[in-house]
Design a protein around this ligand. Structure first.
Ligand code: DWN
Ligand code: SAH
Length: 406
């Protein structure tokens, strides 16, 4: 249980979050009694340099026909994927006319719709049937399945090898990552590229954004850990680019070893990570002190506001907020409600702490004195559309990189 999923060596414990529910386990009152909890602990392996959960709930518990996250809820993310599509189609790996694209975890088709609209041969692999159906209804070729041995064989038998395998905010969700890399090796064309982006350990450590740790995020990657992992399968990390999305992410470019020249970015990031201590358990231990401090300051602020009789609400019932609320033991006495634009979450309760989830109109019609910005990663997009809240005297509470009122 506490062994590295890559090297098999014992993990060094970094933080124990105690009992946590599913990040996206929005729940009705009648199900409170059966709510699922697991013990959430994160650790680090000095050999593989992988930051990881000790234990992850079964994927079927998290990704199913009622998965609560729809990618297209963010306008900014639609633009992000559109822009990257434009860059990708210029890549050498996609030059051939019959280029074939596989996306792992394609959700509602936010990225693949760009390829589909230009008639690229494509296939999305998405286990959560409700989100996959939206993509299918938009003529995006999608297979409702986890990416695994069976799916990889299906791809080989029905489509052949891929020029591009793409994944955003997915690879860090897949516990058997060694098997994933073995399958990538199998289905990637000789000149093909595997490109994926996920929340970056460097940002999480620098900003104390510990809310990136929840059931679905079994790993937090770095250049060190991905380089190590790829090399086990005769694959090579040849480029990387930092992204501002989801609070700071890293995009990794992987090929069959030797097929693309490694770029300077790799060495640059490796030294950056050494300075940050991402390769070293001793330095990572400071993260624990920072989490404890952040927790203390947020709870103290909310208690102070309650004493003053202020109304505090949450803005966006993100999966990330589940970690914050449960670790800090924040319930509806401190945060009256959380507003969210996703229908499937509305009129339910937040996982574990059972704060009521209201629709967006409720927020517009019942402005609180303070709103805790749980979707801090979409701050720019949200601040732009919520100018009226500020005009009417509302204030934002943010907690990344520091707890403060803005
Ligand atoms: O990795 C993951 C990322 C990509 O998305 C998944 N494991 C789950 C999910 O994480 P999250 O829930 O923390 O994602 P977001 O994008 O930070 O938050 C999405 C939620 O925020 C949705 O329920 C919609 C809501 N939202 C809102 O109510 N108003 C979002 C925006 C932008 C808004 O303006
Ligand atoms: N790519 C989208 C979705 C990210 S949410 C975006 O960036 O917005 C994570 C997605 O990965 C979910 O839709 C989930 O159903 C999917 N997923 C989880 N495990 C998977 C697996 N083993 N294979 C393929 N997709 C998976």
């Amino acid at each position: 249980m506490n062994k590295c999923k890559i090297s098999g060596r014992p993990l060094n414990k970094i933080f124990d979050f105690g009992k946590q529910p599913l990040g996206n386990g929005f729940i009705t009152k009648k199900n409170f009694i059966n709510e699922y909890f697991f013990k959430m602990v994160v650790g680090f392996c000095n050999e593989s340099k992988m930051f990881q959960l000790y234990f992850q709930p079964s994927p079927n518990k998290m990704f199913h026909k009622n998965y609560a996250f729809y990618s297209s809820t963010s306008k900014h993310m639609k633009i992000h994927f559109r822009n990257f599509f434009k860059t990708l189609i210029k890549h050498k790996a996609l030059k051939s006319k019959d280029a074939f694209i596989v996306e792992i975890g394609s959700n509602d088709g936010i990225m693949l719709k760009n390829f589909a609209s230009k008639n690229y041969k494509h296939l999305g692999i998405e286990p959560s049937a409700n989100v996959a159906k939206i993509a299918k209804n938009n003529q995006i070729n999608t297979r409702i399945s986890f990416f695994n041995n069976e799916t990889s064989n299906f791809i080989l038998n029905n489509y052949g090898k891929a020029n591009l395998i793409y994944a955003a905010n997915v690879i860090c969700h897949i516990p058997n990552i060694k098997n994933l890399f073995a399958n990538i090796k199998k289905i990637l064309k000789n000149e093909g590229i595997f490109v994926f982006e996920d929340p970056y350990l460097g940002d999480v450590i620098k900003k104390t954004s510990y809310d990136q740790i929840y059931d679905e995020h079994v790993y937090l990657f770095s250049i060190h850990s991905i380089k190590y992992l790829a090399s086990l399968y005769n694959l090579e990390l040849f480029d990387a680019k930092h992204q501002t999305t989801h609070g700071g992410s890293m995009r990794y470019y992987i090929c069959h070893s030797g097929n693309y020249k490694p770029l300077k970015s790799i060495q640059k990031y490796l030294s950056h990570e050494k300075k940050l201590g991402l390769d070293n358990f001793k330095k990572l231990k400071k993260f624990k002190i920072n989490i404890d401090k952040s927790k203390f300051e947020l709870v103290a602020l909310l208690k102070k506001l309650k004493k003053k009789g202020k109304i505090v609400a949450g803005y966006a019932a993100t999966s990330k907020s589940t970690t914050i609320l449960n670790l800090c033991n924040i319930n509806s006495e401190l945060i009256s409600y959380i507003s969210d634009t996703t229908k499937d979450k509305q009129n339910k309760y937040s996982p574990g702490m059972h704060i009521p989830i209201k629709n967006y109109d409720y927020f517009k019609n019942n402005y609180p004195d303070y709103a805790v910005l749980f979707a801090w990663n979409h701050q720019k997009e949200i601040f732009k559309k919520e100018k009226d809240f500020i005009k009417k005297g509302g204030k934002w509470i943010i907690f990344v990189p520091k707890v403060k009122i803005v």
